[in-house]
Design a protein around this ligand. Structure first.
Ligand code: TYM
Length: 339
């Protein structure tokens, strides 16, 4: 018997610093990261290079990148357990991305739902090539760290599947190089729906501000948005696909309180939608208030510490990423740089 510490599996995930992060990002991704944090070795990235797939206002992008990192920390990501960093600070992401691009097919990229939706919205306009190749950069993010688990919401599962295909293809062509990653979905909250149209996913890029709750929304906005959320005329709180609006609110409450949505439905069954919505809004407010306070401190008084955490995170990520990239260079016939 040796006393060697058991190596923890690696977790990688990221969020784009575009728009305002929503309750969907919080419940579908961040809260799940925090819950599994101690069991894994974690890398949580602010994927700023993904953000520039669509043109951003530069000052706004810089501000949002720091805000997203602050949200990770404020939500409970512990920088001692997890590396938090900006994607653009670790150049291996783009380097591996190019090599994977040369091993990807146009057909598989054009089948990505996100690409199809976003390019359909741009019919008749020029479509940026980055929109098409974007899942390859995501695959590079994941594969660089020999990641085993990728905690994401439902909408990113297809991209993780593509990552698996690319990794398997590379391993078969050159010899085992990459760990084959798996998506890790939260028990509740994998798909938080739009408050105005509960058949659509809640999205930070929606034009209708009443359709989503921002992590940084003040309590009055949360109350207003939940009270106006679209439900139905049945009048009984039930966890049923016939009541997608109510189902969504129950999913939100379940994800926050770690309870089963069916059990919550029983509890609120006869209380009427108004009281149910008030309880739902209060659950969200109580969850987000401490996060908001901490974000504000990190972005003002503790900004120096925040930048320091990002620098340390990037250093650790760079160290791990270099190892994989050198292996990949050798396998495809490139000469790794000395040192
Ligand atoms: P992004 O920035 O769109 O979303 C970040 C995370 O939030 C989840 N999410 C949701 N979960 C539940 N309900 C919703 N309504 C909802 N909306 C968003 C997403 O599933 C995601 O987990 N391509 C990725 C970012 C990325 C990444 C990666 C993720 C780049 N590289 C590597 C994992 C690993 C994206 O655009 O996520």
């Amino acid at each position: 018997m040796t006393d060697q510490p058991i190596k923890k599996s690696i977790v990688f995930s990221g969020i784009q610093p575009t728009g305002n992060l929503t309750l969907g990002n919080y419940l579908g991704a961040i809260k799940n990261w925090v819950q599994h944090q101690e069991a894994f070795e974690n890398l949580f990235c602010v994927v700023d290079l993904h953000a520039i797939t669509l043109r951003q206002n530069p000052a706004e992008l810089r501000k949002r990148s720091l805000e997203v990192a602050a949200i990770y920390l404020a939500s409970g990501i512990n920088p001692k357990e997890s590396a938090i960093f900006l994607q653009s600070h670790v150049p291996e992401h783009t380097q591996l991305s190019w090599i994977l691009t040369c091993n990807s097919y146009m057909g598989e990229l054009s089948r990505m739902t996100q690409y199809k939706t976003k390019s359909q919205n741009k019919e008749g306009e020029a479509i940026e090539a980055g929109l098409f190749t974007y899942p390859i950069l995501m695959a590079a993010d994941i594969l660089l760290y020999q990641t085993e688990f990728v905690p994401v919401g439902q909408d990113q599962v297809q991209h993780v599947e593509l990552t698996r295909d690319l990794a398997l293809r590379f391993n078969n062509a050159y010899s085992p190089t990459f760990t084959i990653p798996k998506a890790l979905l939260p028990k509740a909250g994998a798909k938080i729906m739009d408050l105005s149209d509960p058949m659509k996913k809640m999205s930070k890029s929606s034009d209708n501000p009443n359709s989503f709750i921002r992590i940084m929304d003040p309590p009055e906005d949360i109350k207003r948005k939940i009270s106006r959320s679209v439900t139905d005329s049945l009048g009984v709180v039930a966890y049923s696909p016939e009541q997608p609006g109510i189902m969504n609110l129950l999913d939100i409450m379940a994800a926050i309180s770690n309870r089963a949505p069916e059990e919550l439905a029983k509890e609120y069954q006869h209380c009427g939608y108004k009281a149910f919505k008030e309880a739902c809004a209060q659950t969200i407010i109580d969850e987000l208030a401490p996060v908001q306070q901490r974000v504000n401190t990190l972005l003002t008084k503790e900004r120096g510490e925040l930048e320091e955490i990002l620098a340390k995170g990037a250093q650790k990520a760079h160290f791990m990423a270099q190892k994989t990239l050198r292996k990949v260079y050798k396998k495809v016939g490139l000469i790794p740089p000395l040192g």
